[in-house]
Design a protein around this ligand. Structure first.
Ligand SMILES: Nc1ncnc2c1ncn2[C@@H]1O[C@H](COP(=O)(O)OP(=O)(O)OP(=O)(O)O)[C@@H](O)[C@H]1O
Ligand SMILES: [Mg+2]
Length: 288
């Protein structure tokens, strides 16, 4: 990834300062999701992510992280609850413009080339084709995809597809960037470059919401964390606050202790009411 001029720019955010700027990046209350098959993945979840923070959402497979992210980004319809993005109700056009998402699942249109993926995406946000092409060029440069501008996703490597997802999420300069396991399958070198770039976005004022199973990454990056299990928040504090509360050396130890305690309280790894995971010992689940 190259350090292009885009990195020095400060105009990452599309909207002017407004009273809503003072609102948290994310405010979730009473969020419940029961899927069509009757499975309740998340029940009555409350969470606040301060504006400007680098926030980590950690939890085992099936905890409800992607469900929550889906609800924030209007991909999952909440069964109940309220979700606000910088003070705007999440379904509004305002809220949608403020959020950028790099999904866990790589969902690129196989019939569009790299440049088209970026330009089409910008169209959803009312960005003119001319501006979108200029922005796409900048991001292809940053993410080292310029040589692949006219290549379609099936002919990209896995890491290149991840980079394209990342670039696509940034096309409209979101104020809240949500990264759902962005480094799964990414090589060591690219991973550190992605983090370097994410850090820079954060320094420039972008709020980051990150999920990852790499706890050392969370340790290095996140100043605020929530641990989620069975669709509930089981711990939420600054990284330092969590280490102190659990008497832990690092976030990996916090995670192990918080998950064991939650399991002992009968909170299964997945599903607010699920019993299926109860047969698994906490140690086994933490190791997953
Ligand atoms: N469309 C769906 N229909 C029914 N159940 C679903 C659906 N989508 C997700 N779930 C269930 O909801 C639970 C939470 O899934 P979710 O994808 O939110 O977990 P996650 O925390 O993101 O896990 P991972 O770390 O594996 O990505 C899981 O038990 C999952 O099987
Ligand atoms: Mg997920």
């Amino acid at each position: 990834m190259r350090r292009s001029s885009i990195d020095q720019r400060t105009d990452h955010h599309p909207l002017p300062e407004s009273p809503a700027t003072l609102a948290p990046a994310l405010r979730v209350s009473g969020f419940t999701k029961t899927y069509a098959d009757g499975f309740t993945a998340v029940r009555d979840l409350a969470l606040e992510v301060p504006a400007g923070s680098f926030f980590g959402l950690l939890g085992p497979n099936g905890a409800g992280k992607t469900t929550l992210i889906g609800a924030i980004t209007n991909l999952v319809r909440p069964t109940a609850g309220r979700i606000e993005v910088f003070g705007h109700e999440h379904e509004t056009r305002h809220a949608r413009r403020l959020v950028g998402l790099a999904e866990q699942e790589i969902n690129l249109d196989r019939f569009l080339d790299v440049e088209e993926v970026l330009v089409y995406h910008a169209g959803y946000f009312g960005i003119s084709r001319r501006n979108a092409k200029a922005r796409a060029k900048e991001l292809m440069d940053v993410f080292d995809l310029s040589a692949k501008a006219h290549v379609r996703p099936p002919a990209l490597s896995g890491g290149m597809r991840r980079r394209l997802l990342f670039a696509r999420a940034l096309m409209h300069r979101p104020r809240l960037l949500i990264l759902d396991e962005p480094t799964a399958g990414v090589d060591v070198e690219l991973r550190s470059e992605l983090w370097e770039y994410t850090r820079r976005l954060h320094r420039e004022g972008t709020t980051i919401l990150l999920t990852t199973h790499y706890l050392e990454e969370a340790e290095a990056l996140c100043e605020d964390l929530a641990l989620i299990r069975g669709g509930r928040i089981v711990a939420r504090d600054s990284a330092a606050g969590l280490r102190a509360r659990y008497g832990a050396r690092d976030i990996a130890e916090v995670y192990a202790k918080a998950m064991s305690a939650a399991a002992a309280d009968g909170i299964a790894a997945t599903g607010a009411d699920a019993q299926a995971a109860a047969a698994m010992t906490p140690a086994e689940e933490v190791a997953r």
